[in-house]
Design a protein around this ligand. Structure first.
Ligand SMILES: Nc1ncnc2c1ncn2[C@@H]1O[C@H](COP(=O)(O)OP(=O)(O)OP(=O)(O)O)[C@@H](O)[C@H]1O
Length: 770
């Protein structure tokens, strides 16, 4: 039975009506490639003798390459479907080969005259380069061209050809790019994955060796990652054994070399083996925004497949594919061991719902667990998981509550953070506490010290080390703070309430008591926003061991709370951290704009180091974000209406347009206003998805984890964003400003294609020179 390798359809998308025909064609090919209906035919005078066409329907032909390794199975590489004549032309002029310089599989276009010429004809190449360089030098001397971007960066035509592996023609196109915008347009113009990786490396300004390393060398994190002890290692992902790619003990044929080359990380970004019909359906569907389901960046593949002796934390900017990695990793772990108990969790219930939807899309056949502790993948927001432990281990949970907060929580209602209660306590004790009468300080002290350390008596509090907590307290101050905490706990009892962080702290003790733990692998998204008790709970779910916790986070997107020191919540992270830099979501223009919001602040990671905001790149270009102001007292809402109407008139699907506002009331009024103006719009509730055909409005906080084609940020006016906190301490004001800057960064990076920011009077200082 032949095997099929699918090449990513970048420039030749298969549209809806053709998909079922392609599905039938490939299915028949699997069954019998000699079936007369398929018309698999070789080409006369083709650039590559492996080229074939096959009949998809009366007018359409598939273009394939046939690989025939000695003693192995025939493999067809499917590269697309075209109208009959075009397909014949393409089949005659494409060659599948191993790039002679960098060793990665590629499909190249060969001009008619070159059809029989071998690729690494070095002499001819050198002559071509010399001629091209001469031409370029003459043009520059004649003042016909400005110094192009790659020349300014120190790259040469010869380097791109001889050291990286570009053809002379492609290298010339690259060297001719005038600026970075033109250069990044070429990322998409090239069809091969290694070319895309190389151009991105050039955008990052990597030296030639760096470019080659980016393409050919897997990430080496052996210096920072503990080796797995064989005894507790989980299985390596099972790479299907292929009869056609035996370990060579003879001189390899070209077909064998190409077949082995499909396993190269850079080649896997472009080519994938299609194993059976489910996989075939998946790759056919994996167009534009589904590419993440199949074609991972080599770095992404690395973090999906790598096993770690303990906890690993992956960091990366907005849109760098952290969530994509978690989804693939969960699947990989589940396929490697069907008995594994895998928990995929995130900050909120609605984000968890999105994870669930995307995991279904990635692989609808995956075994999902129905309950915590069952084999399979279990998805839920952290607080949902805590609630399940509370429901199923009621007795242990209630007992743990006495241990953790000093009283039973039976009959109490769960509520979010008690900022008003803390404000009341602070106000009542103003005279005693002085500058410590600050709701945020008390709340943080409670979360990060009292709850984390499970302190229920004054003596324990007085004895506890508060090292590293930022605020020094004398003994008298500690006594006063403890009194405030007791007052707070009393008011909660009276109101019959308990907060989610308290429940998490209690859940951690209850879960730790469940024999064998409740999970083997816990994968965490949006880790930057979790508070200490939630980490303790997740720690208790999976006992320390291989691949126990895998955390994805971005300190720049922390819009709640403060960084949590992992060591203090029992999570040993030492050195296992990486940063992803390639943004898949937003255009470079939007990314640069959003990064402006991060400038001028310092961003602390959980380990006390500073998060770096440099080096983020996007391979996509688009219009510069627009700032649209109205005079003070002007009607911003009219601007919103005009902008949204303009997008819709341009044919943008309303559901891919979002208006984000800092205040919920604004998000609500905008939805009403747009609807009244005849533009269907809807305020998205935390628990709901958008409605087909309508523009969505939501708060900036709610936008976390979402993405839209067009985003309008409402009311980024100086003085209103960030709001001025009158009377707050400097520390609180700093924290607030950081959270708001992160919020602006998060919100702006929700836009895939275009961003508009409206304001009244003057624009927020957070956008600086933007
Ligand atoms: N290998 C890939 N190929 C194509 N698209 C990709 C790839 N990886 C990620 N994407 C796309 O990039 C976008 C961002 O990915 P993802 O949500 O995983 O990033 P993230 O780092 O979790 O972002 P954020 O932190 O902003 O929530 C998504 O639309 C995703 O489908």
């Amino acid at each position: 039975m032949p095997q099929v390798v699918w090449a990513q359809q970048k420039s030749n998308k298969i549209d809806g009506s053709v998909k079922p025909k392609v599905f039938n064609f490939v299915t028949k090919l699997y069954e019998d490639d000699t079936a007369p209906g398929l018309h698999i035919e070789p080409m006369v005078n083709a650039a590559d003798p492996r080229a074939r066409t096959g009949r998809v329907d009366d007018g359409l032909r598939a273009v394939l390459f046939r690989l025939d390794p000695p003693g192995g199975e025939v493999t067809y590489v499917f590269i697309g479907v075209w109208e009959h004549d075009e397909a014949i032309e393409i089949a005659k002029t494409r060659r599948l080969q191993v790039n002679p310089v960098n060793g990665v599989n590629e499909i190249i276009e060969v001009g008619a005259g070159e059809a029989s010429q071998h690729v690494d004809d070095v002499v001819a190449k050198a002559q071509e380069i010399a001629a091209a360089q001469q031409k370029a030098a003459e043009a520059t001397a004649a003042g016909l061209i400005v110094t192009p971007v790659l020349e300014r960066k120190g790259y040469t035509l010869a380097g791109l050809v001889e050291d990286v592996g570009f053809s002379v023609a492609d290298a010339e196109r690259l060297m001719a790019a005038r600026d970075e915008a033109e250069l990044s347009e070429l990322v998409d113009a090239f069809g091969n994955a290694w070319q895309e990786l190389a151009v991105i490396a050039m955008l990052e300004g990597q030296p030639i060796e760096g470019i080659l390393a980016e393409i050919t060398e897997p990430i080496d994190d052996s210096d920072t990652v503990d080796e797995i002890d064989e005894s507790d290692a989980v299985d390596e992902p099972a790479e299907p054994a292929r009869a056609s790619t035996p370990e060579p003990d003879h001189v390899q044929t070209e077909d064998e070399r190409i077949l082995r080359g499909f396993q190269h990380p850079a080649a896997r970004r472009q080519f994938t083996y299609v194993e059976g019909q489910d996989e075939l359906r998946r790759v056919i569907e994996a167009e534009d925004f589904g590419a993440w389901t199949v074609f991972l960046h080599p770095d992404q593949r690395h973090y999906v497949d790598r096993d770690y002796a303990g906890t690993f934390r992956l960091t990366g900017g907005a849109g760098t594919g952290k969530t994509v990695i978690l989804l693939h990793r969960a699947r990989r772990l589940a396929l490697a061991n069907p008995d594994a108990r895998i928990v995929l969790t995130t900050f909120t219930r609605s984000l968890a719902r999105m994870l669930s939807r995307d995991l279904q899309r990635l692989d609808p056949k995956l075994k999902l667990a129905n309950r915590l502790g069952e084999a399979g993948i279990y998805i839920g927001g952290v607080d949902q998981l805590v609630a399940e432990v509370q429901r199923r281990w009621k007795r242990q949970f209630n007992a743990a509550s006495v241990e953790v907060i000093g009283s039973s929580i039976a009959g109490r209602n769960p509520v979010t953070k008690q900022s008003t209660q803390w404000a009341t306590v602070a106000q009542n004790m103003q005279a005693v506490l002085g500058p410590l009468a600050d709701a945020d300080f008390l709340d943080e002290e409670y979360l990060d010290i009292v709850l984390r350390e499970r302190i229920i008596s004054r003596d324990d509090y007085l004895r506890t080390s508060r090292l590293g907590s930022g605020v020094r307290l004398g003994r008298k101050q500690r006594v006063d703070v403890w009194n405030a905490i007791e007052q707070y706990r009393l008011s909660e009892r009276v109101d019959r309430e308990v907060t989610f962080p308290e429940l998490a702290a209690i859940g951690a003790v209850a879960a730790a008591g469940v024999e064998g733990g409740l999970a083997d692998h816990v994968l965490v998204d949006e880790g930057q926003d979790l508070v200490a008790p939630q980490w303790q709970f997740l720690r208790a779910l999976a006992r320390p061991g291989a691949n126990d916790l895998f955390i994805a986070e971005d300190a720049h997107q922390r819009i709640y709370g403060r960084p949590v020191r992992m060591a203090r919540v029992g999570i040993d992270l030492r050195g296992r951290s990486r940063r992803l830099k390639l943004n898949y979501r937003t255009t470079q223009e939007t990314l640069d704009f959003a990064l402006e919001a991060l400038r001028g602040e310092t961003w602390e990671t959980g380990e006390g180091t500073l998060e770096d905001a440099s080096g983020y790149v996007s391979a996509r270009r688009g219009p510069a974000p627009r700032l649209v102001g109205t005079p003070a007292g002007g009607a911003q809402i009219d601007v919103v209406q005009a902008e949204v109407r303009h997008w819709i008139d341009d044919g943008v699907d309303p559901l891919t347009i979002a208006v984000l506002a800092r205040k919920r009331n604004d998000a609500q009024s905008i939805a009403t206003f747009l609807s009244d103006a005849g533009i269907p719009a809807r305020l998205v509730q935390a628990s709901s998805e958008g409605v087909k055909g309508s523009v969505v409005t939501m708060t900036m906080h709610q936008s976390k984890g979402h993405e839209f084609s067009r985003v309008l940020l409402y009311d980024m006016s100086r003085g209103r964003f960030p709001a001025t906190l009158r009377g707050a301490s400097e520390a609180v004001r700093d924290e607030h400003r950081r959270h708001e800057a992160a919020l602006l960064y998060v919100s702006a990076t929700r836009a895939r294609d275009e961003l508009v920011v409206t304001y009244e009077g003057e624009v927020t200082g957070l956008l600086g020179d933007a």
